[in-house]
Design a protein around this ligand. Structure first.
Ligand SMILES: [Zn+2]
Length: 201
């Protein structure tokens, strides 16, 4: 459970188990830094909020990617990635199913306003049927959730259509790539049945 001192203290007490996940399609740059069984009750909203706030406090402003994973049965994992990516598939599919995951995007402060989940994040969430996904970068706190599973190919088209349409929501002055993920997610949240996008958590 998460006490006043947060998940990290719990993690430190149980530190170890560096290779609990087994084979995944990892990029070689993501490691399982910690695994704490029975750390957080995923059905207790207050505990889940502490888990999310704990992550945001530590990792919202970092120059590499990190993730906390909270599984259906309350197991906690901390993953460390690199400057451009973190790959949760270092954990087995069964562990990821229904899991709440929060990760950060390393950003320059001036780039944050257009940031949101990447196409990798989006396709991963569908493919692995995880629970609600959370993202922090500076003050940005977005979340998303699939309540149905799409055919992967179909979803590639959905993303590309929304990505193209996101240009219309932007002025010519801010049509840089990193401004488009947020607009793309907003479009998908409105357009895609069984997919929700939330501005804040
Ligand atoms: Zn991401």
């Amino acid at each position: 459970m998460v006490g006043n001192s947060g998940i990290m203290d719990s993690m430190n007490r149980n530190f170890g188990l560096s290779k609990a996940g087994g084979a995944g399609a990892g990029d070689g740059n993501t490691i399982i830094f910690a695994h704490v069984p029975d750390a957080v009750d995923i059905n207790n909203p207050a505990d889940v909020q502490l888990f999310l706030d704990d992550f945001a406090a530590r990792y919202a402003v970092q120059d590499t990617e990190f993730a906390f994973v909270l599984t259906q049965n309350g197991d906690f994992y901390e993953l460390h990635g690199n400057i451009g990516a973190i790959d949760p598939t270092i954990l087995e599919r069964e562990i990821l199913k229904g899991a709440i995951i929060i990760h950060n995007h390393p950003m320059l402060p001036e780039d944050v306003r257009g940031d949101s989940f990447s196409s990798f994040d989006f396709h991963f969430a569908n493919e692995f049927q995880v629970g609600r996904q959370y993202l922090v970068s500076y003050d940005r706190r977005n979340s998303m959730e699939f309540t149905r599973q799409y055919d992967s190919e179909e979803l590639v088209d959905s993303w590309l259509e929304a990505w193209n349409d996101s240009l219309g929501a932007l002025t010519s002055r801010n049509r840089k790539t990193f401004y488009r993920q947020y607009e793309t997610l907003k479009i998908l949240g409105k357009r895609l049945e069984g997919f929700e996008f939330y501005e804040n958590f």
